[in-house]
Design a protein around this ligand. Structure first.
Ligand SMILES: Nc1ncnc2c1ncn2[C@@H]1O[C@H](COP(=O)(O)OP(=O)(O)OP(=O)(O)O)[C@@H](O)[C@H]1O
Ligand SMILES: [Mg+2]
Length: 252
């Protein structure tokens, strides 16, 4: 199980509201994308779901348990590649299992499984500085998966990649997500990416972030990015998001 519920989640920083009264549910095994103007509180929401920050009002629940303190049931993938530079690919992926006190053999079985899954076979003993951006991001994803999370939290994980690598990584992510049956909350600035990946796309309003509109994406996978249905959804989402981006820029 991995059902995330946000109930009236509000976060105030030094007198201003970053997010306000956010109600949202990510069902078990569901893939939800968050879109919203810069500064509307997407990272703040993800950090609270990871237990790295706490709401000033409202609550977050994972499988009916209140998230308090670092949420060990989730895997977090950041926008930048936050790998341990002194650890190899294998060492980075085994970090979580190591912290959990898992024996060497079991750790190695897990890291090898995810190294194969993300296509890094042969790079086990490479250090982060010896890898490309796409490869580093794959290590980050494998590391998140190696923790056996119920919920995957991803903050613009492919933002820094070129378009082609990004498309490739999206396909790989869906393959892993389908294999492992994990819930995902994924932040992106790309409407195209959201329509390709998500079961539901949540558009947040300009700050203070609140849920503005939710789009169900029922297109069968693998999705054709240029299908008329995908195009129509993209247009509708862009319209909703565009209005908020204008608002955030003070143009409305
Ligand atoms: N620790 C903090 N202390 C004070 N203000 C903060 C803190 N973290 C975030 N904020 C503020 O909260 C608001 C929301 O920030 P957040 O990083 O969640 O936005 P975002 O939607 O992720 O933006 P982007 O799309 O640019 O990544 C911003 O105005 C930001 O300055
Ligand atoms: Mg952010």
């Amino acid at each position: 199980m991995g059902r995330l519920i946000l109930k009236g989640v509000t976060r105030k920083f030094n007198g201003f509201f970053a997010v306000s009264g956010v109600n949202l549910e990510v069902a078990d095994g569901e893939f939800v994308c968050l879109l919203g103007p810069s500064g509307c509180g997407k990272t703040t929401l993800l950090r609270m779901a990871a237990g790295l920050d706490a709401p000033t009002d409202g609550e977050l629940l994972l499988d009916d348990n209140k998230i308090e303190g670092v949420n060990k049931e989730c895997g977090f993938v950041f926008q930048e590649y936050v790998l341990f530079p002194w650890r190899t690919v294998k060492g980075n992926i085994e970090f979580g299992p190591e912290v959990k006190g898992m024996q060497k053999e079991e750790r190695e079985r897990i890291s090898q499984h995810y190294i194969d899954l993300v296509g890094l076979k042969g790079f086990e003993n490479h250090y982060p500085h010896e890898l490309s951006g796409g490869m580093k991001q794959r290590v980050g994803i494998a590391r998140a998966y190696a923790n056996n999370p119920k919920l995957l939290l991803m903050d613009e994980p492919f933002g820094a990649l070129d378009a082609q690598t990004r498309n490739l990584m999206q396909g790989e992510l869906l393959r892993i997500w389908e294999n492992e049956h994990i819930s995902a909350l994924f932040v992106t600035h790309s409407v195209d990416e959201a329509v390709y990946l998500a079961d539901r796309v949540v558009v947040l309003s300009a700050r203070p972030g609140t849920v503005k509109e939710i789009f169900d994406i029922t297109l069968p996978r693998p999705r054709v990015r240029t299908s008329p249905e995908a195009n129509a959804l993209r247009d509708a989402i862009l319209k909703s998001l565009g209005a908020e981006i204008k608002r955030a820029a003070g143009k409305v």
